[in-house]
Design a protein around this ligand. Sequence first.
Ligand code: EPU
Length: 344
Amino acid sequence: MTIHKNFNLKPYNTFSIEAHCAAFAEVTSVEDVQAFLRDNTMPIQLLGGGSNVLFLEEFYNRFFIKNSIEGIKIVQNTEGGDSGNSGSVLVEIGGGVNWHEFVLWTIENDLAGVENLSLIPGTVGAAPIQNIGAYGVELKDVFESLEALNVQNIDIQTFTKQNCHFGYRDSVFKNELKDKYLITKVVLKLQKTPTQLHTAYGDISKTLSEKGIENPTIRDISNAVMTIRQSKLPDPSVIGNAGSFFKNPTIPKTEFDVLKTKFPNIVGYPNDREGVKVAAGWLIEQCGWKGKRFGNVGVHERQALVLVNYGEGKGLEIKDLSQQIQASVFEKFQIRLMAEVNFL
Ligand code: EPU
């Protein structure tokens, strides 16, 4: 394992913020991390694909460990029963595998379940931390278990779906176990033929019919999701960003109904019996922020939920912009937006 001193993290965060750390190392195996942690005395910071973090400062006393544990393998193959279902597989994936490369692997191997999650930046190990989701599917829908290394006592521990406490863009690893575990592998359950294709959300069915596809395969859905994402979301390799900066807030239905009388076009989806999930992108756009640029940073022109770094932006400039957006959304709609991105 090579240790780089005084390392520039700019290529390791999709916001492309320049920040330096005392030391940086990529770990490729569990033994690697254990050996390293046994000797280490410096405060450590775990990093996956860097696609959901905003660096606010320099880290001159911190050791960054990037999880690059590779590997994808089928560990269990279950035949289908008489009920017409064609069976499932359990796939074990290294925490450092690039998420989208894994999705492409599932398409090549005709395994259904994650096609709607195509093109999400980041790593497989980071996916459970915020329960990644898009186009009607969340990681928790296919999640079986994960293995993680406790960075304090270097023990390996298994987490089932139940003890991950998954919620909307949330899990135990964003709360009481924040920064305490390095996720070494994730096990997902995929279907050999799709039991359910999710085409109802957003523009998927429209995109499929534009392409003249009536009976889509998982590859068709993956391609449609990629087309939609590429048309709306900026490519982090071209312009720095971390996807949605805020979560879509859930408000009580009674509050939503009052807002609806004042703002008839407000976009919201019933969430549970009492709540409505409001499209934060719509709220931000109504406050006039969409496409606005302020020096090095700004709000994306096609999706107001995405804040961007035009090149030389600082983490604090993005944070400052995000706070101004929160204040104006609160003033107009009395709704508090919460960041989805982690501030470091
Ligand atoms: N909208 C606007 N203006 C905007 C953006 C959106 O009016 O600038 C409206 C749209 O017209 C639409 C609604 O808001 O009616 C929802 O927009 P969209 O389908 O683009 O999805 P989103 O709610 O803004 C969420 C996720 C995305 C995910 C998409 C698709 C969150 C915080 N974001 O965005 O996830 O790709 O749905 O499923 O839940 C991410 O987490 O980084 C991310 C990109």
